[in-house]
Write a protein that binds this ligand. Structure first.
Ligand SMILES: O=C(O)CCC(=O)C(=O)O
Ligand SMILES: [Fe+2]
Length: 277
């Protein structure tokens, strides 16, 4: 990353909280009433929808600086094309073809890994700030959160270019925190079906209908750059529709876990970053 790009932003955003619109989102002031109200609002949205959206979480100036930074990092992204089912399980040929576990689609996207982001970049400052992590724990209703300990997977910038697509899937983790940095010209919509499955019931019929094109219960998150999204993706089927046009969709994915020291598997690292070291 060139120093000319870094210096002006670094001067304006000395502290991680300088990136955040603190008037709207008083995340630096744990003891205030407005902090507690914000936490309450997030919990309510999460329990009703499985998602909480905080539009304009980072200020306009901060989005510009973060997007500029992400555009500089984007050429480092490893692009992968992976076929699979929504459960990310190996294909089981004993199942009927109409079973959603056999309904294969292709995901294609790029990822800039945490270890490719220089120390001191704005996105790292934000992610590495304990204050944000504490706020997220409260908003997600967890006692404590830890940054994901994987040197590649902890923080990612997903780079989705013309024709890229993130297929319908369930997450293997309880939640994802994302910050959209740059939107594409067309496509790239975040679609989801809240609580289509739960711990007791897989609801394969409903999943199959969505995979075959039904719009029954499908919601769209209409988010602008600068929005922070907390999403519980284990029970919600979700996807990002195909990107169209020359401007890539850039989104930061902030990894946390309720346990310390959690890392990714070798297999997943090879798939997502094309390397293990
Ligand atoms: O790019 C997004 O908005 C969602 C990413 C996602 O669903 C995932 O990483 O599992
Ligand atoms: Fe997901």
């Amino acid at each position: 990353m060139s120093r000319t790009m870094m210096e002006p932003s670094a001067a304006i955003f000395r502290n991680p909280w300088d990136l955040i619109d603190l008037e709207k989102y008083p995340v630096a002031d744990k003891n205030s009433r407005s902090y507690q109200e914000l936490v309450g609002l997030c919990r309510k949205q999460l329990s009703e929808l499985g998602a909480a959206v905080l539009p304009g979480f980072v200020s306009k100036a901060a989005v510009e600086a973060l997007a500029a930074e992400a555009n500089e990092l984007a050429p480092l992204a490893y692009h992968s094309t992976v076929e699979g089912n929504p459960y990310l399980t190996p294909e089981d040929q004993s199942l009927p073809l109409e079973d959603p576990r056999r309904m294969i689609e292709t995901t294609s996207l790029g990822a800039v890994a945490y270890d490719q982001m220089p120390e001191g970049t704005l996105i790292r400052k934000l992610y590495e700030w304990d204050g944000l992590m504490e706020f997220l724990a409260a908003a997600l209703g967890k006692d404590e959160l830890f940054r994901y300990a994987d040197k590649m997977g902890a923080l990612n910038i997903a780079v989705m270019k013309d024709g890229d697509y993130l297929r319908w899937h369930f997450d293997q983790t309880d939640f994802v925190v994302s910050l959209l940095l740059q939107d594409c010209i067309a496509g790239g919509a975040y679609e989801f079906v809240p609580m289509i499955r739960n711990r007791q019931e897989e609801n394969y019929d409903a999943v199959r209908r969505i995979l075959k094109g039904s719009r029954d219960g499908v919601l769209r998150l209409d988010i602008a750059p600068g929005s922070l999204v907390l999403f519980e993706g284990r029970h919600a089927l979700h996807r990002v529709t195909k990107i169209e046009g020359e401007v890539p969709r850039l989104i930061a994915l902030l990894g946390y876990d309720t346990k310390p020291g959690v890392v990714s598997s070798d297999h997943l690292r090879y798939m997502r970053y094309g390397r293990n070291k």
